[in-house]
Design a protein around this ligand. Sequence first.
Ligand code: T4K
Length: 385
Amino acid sequence: MNAALPLRAIESPIESPIDERIYVTQPHLAPLEEFIPYLQQIWDSKVLTNGGPFHQQFEAALCKYLGVKHLALFTNGTLALLTALQALRVTGEVITTPYSFVATAHSLVWNGIKPVFVDVDPDTLNLDPAKIEAAITSQTTAIMPVHCYGKPCDVDAIQKIADNYNLKVIYDAAHAFGVQTDTGSVLEHGDLAVLSFHATKVFNTFEGGAIICQDAKTKQRIDHLKNFGFVDETTVVASGINGKMSEINAAFGLLQLQHIDEALARRAQIDAMYRERLRDIPGIRCMQKAGEKVANHSYFPILVGPEFPISRDALYQKFRDHDIYARRYFYPLISDFPIYRGLPSAHRENLPIAHAAAQQVLCLPIFPALTDGMLERIVGLIADC
Ligand code: T4K
């Protein structure tokens, strides 16, 4: 009998010596021995899930760390997005960006909502507020922008439009863990913001996610929705789902929080080194700050322009030939996948900036364990074109 295959193969380090291959990211993991006492507690208590003590502690610790008032943990970011839309009873059409991971638009479709794609700003690659109004129809009920690469959206302009047209705003903040603007956490903007704690994210709990909301009543509705709609043993108030984070993930998250600052500090160093080393290479553009007072350096996207001797795809291939797995996030655009291509808003002419970016962006490896030597190997290949 065939062994079960993984859902999607990742390039396994087992195929070649681990120190030769450099992936776009590598999870930052707290030392294993520090996790054992947490496991012991779970084994002793036999509480594995359903809002146990680690779940509660982790929610409180995250609120404190992130500087937000209310947060509900989830199994992953996608379930959190699905539930966020349910929590606000969003229907009809939602304006969103084509320049993101597919989960953003999928969460709309899974809720029977029609995504309406609007182009992005050329500097931030986030939803361009100047183009939102033209896409609003009588069916529009919400805007779902993405703080892409952890760069804050123009939250004030988006909120102004939402207020004028009585629309909800749900930020897909999967990349924005710990990001702050002048007014505090970027996660406090909009009606809801959704985080991902996936293995590939700045802060990971293996899999995980969260919804940040503004008041206790909304938090309660989200908590009901993520637990099948149960209020108590015999009362179900909504057709909820199972989105609960398990005790093992929550315990791990609590431990991970103790190590996040060192991880973020190393990311900041790597970001600065890349900028310094790439500064004078014609045709390579690094993205600039976009209103973040505290950045998380979750990705290091470069734009490979026409002045560069080889194309973005040729550079991507060159990296692969040298065992460096940079990624073309986000190519193809969501609007170019066959399931979305038929939507009127998915037409190329509607999304010229997003299309140009999808052809030019390459995300270079960035993770706390990336050494200076690895970085030299990466920039050396670029400089050598
Ligand atoms: N919204 C946005 C804007 C998002 O970016 C995402 C997720 C979501 C929503 C949904 O959140 P979640 O439901 O995932 O919580 C990855 C991630 O799977 C995905 O979570 C993420 N966005 C997306 C941007 O990237 P892939 O297909 O690139 O993953 P993969 O498996 O190719 O991993 C990339 C590299 O990371 C590998 O080459 C090696 C390294 N890696 C990966 C995994 C999974 C490890 O070292 N260990 C690991 O366990 O999608």
